[in-house]
Design a protein around this ligand. Structure first.
Ligand SMILES: NC(=O)c1ccc[n+]([C@@H]2O[C@H](COP(=O)([O-])OP(=O)(O)OC[C@H]3O[C@@H](n4cnc5c(N)ncnc54)[C@H](O)[C@@H]3O)[C@@H](O)[C@H]2O)c1
Length: 328
């Protein structure tokens, strides 16, 4: 049994990562500040599913607050030696980052630095960092390989993740820390983020609201199911020593309009769609080359897109009494 520190544990992906760790018998020190970047009820709903489970401890703390670290450290000391940090806490989302880049730099850059330094001072050897396909921008050939150029990000979000990646490299180079950077591709599934397209489409169509699509809907996303991503995060814990950047995507890009029509079909309802101008920070298409994930992690996606969207729709139906009011 290992003790793993997971930040962003009440987030969409963090919740699933904690579930998998607990299911295999690891202890989890979960950190989240439960901020209001989106409806906190979603974060509390996820936390309720984790609370009370053997090996689970929760700390409400802000990773960007350097002086919160002593509290974190104390928790680390009381639950036994932590063997790894998985840093999933972030301000996520491309468009919102344009409005408030400072919040993104604070959590995604300073917060990551604080955790890297915690690892160094507490002699925690392994660091897993969540990064993003947004780094590939608009000009790289598809499917995106990890060695593609990522120094021309189109949003403060992507820029902040690039900064976190390179800061993690610095700690690897200086202190020999083992770092796995995982670039996730548009993750979806039950209890997902309400700023993301599939959650919104399900809610808007279910409630008979107008569906807003940025762009003409022909953009493609390499939608990846949350359980697959969480499995990949656990696989990264066991990756060979060193510093690696690895894509976790489904390698099956889906056209946004097709996703929308699939949801209409699953709900048995027609959408009233309004197309708006594409946001300049949005990229046209994402598509992951996942040969490195196969080679280094023995990982590959298992959930078909249709099955994953079905699970999201089922979750929404079961939670509709409150999910209908979540601001999207
Ligand atoms: N969901 C995706 O499609 C996707 C794609 C690429 C990368 N990622 C990355 O994966 C990670 C998880 O994303 P997610 O979709 O689960 O997002 P999420 O917003 O649901 O989860 C992030 C969690 O971190 C917490 N958090 C934010 N700032 C914090 C801080 N300063 N201190 C402590 N906790 C803080 C939030 O309260 C939230 O619960 C993020 O790093 C994100 O950038 C996600």
């Amino acid at each position: 049994m290992s003790t793993i520190l997971v930040t962003g544990a009440c987030g969409f992906i963090g919740w699933k990562v904690c579930e998998l760790l607990l299911a295999r018998g690891d202890a989890v020190i979960a950190v989240d500040d439960l901020n209001a970047a989106y409806d906190v009820r979603l974060k509390e709903w996820r936390l309720e599913r984790l609370r009370g489970r053997p090996g689970f401890a929760f700390i409400r703390a802000d990773i960007s607050d350097r002086w919160a670290l002593p509290a974190l450290t104390r928790a680390v000391e009381t639950t036994g030696p932590v063997s790894a940090v998985i840093n999933l806490a972030a301000r996520a989302g491309v468009r919102a980052s344009v409005n408030d880049p400072w919040a993104y730099v604070s959590t995604n850059v300073t917060g990551t630095l604080n955790l890297l330094d915690l690892c160094w001072t507490r002699e925690i050897r392994k660091f897993v960092l969540a990064s993003t396909s947004s780094l590939y921008g608009g000009d790289n050939p598809r499917p995106f390989r990890e060695d593609a150029a990522t120094d021309r990000p189109l949003s403060p979000y992507a820029a902040s993740k690039k900064a976190a990646e390179v800061m993690a490299h610095t700690y690897h180079a200086l202190y020999g820390m083992d770092v796995t950077v995982l670039r996730f591709f548009t993750v979806f599934g039950p209890a997902g983020r309400p700023d993301m397209s599939l959650f919104r489409f399900v809610q808007w169509i279910s409630e008979g609201r107008e569906v807003t699509v940025f762009g003409d809907g022909t953009q493609q996303r390499d939608f990846t199911y949350v359980d697959d991503v969480a499995r990949g995060v656990l696989a990264a814990l066991a990756a060979a020593p060193g510093y690696e950047i690895i894509n976790l995507g489904s390698d099956r890009p889906i056209v946004l309009n097709d996703a929308l029509h699939l949801i209409e079909g699953l709900l048995g309802q027609r959408a009233s769609i309004r197309y708006r101008d594409r946001h300049p920070a949005d990229v046209d298409a994402t598509w992951a080359d996942i040969s490195e994930a196969r080679r280094l992690l023995g990982w590959q996606p298992e959930t078909e897109f249709v099955a994953g969207v079905g699970a999201l729709v089922d979750w929404y139906r079961r939670n509709r009494d409150w999910a209908r009011d979540i601001a999207t």
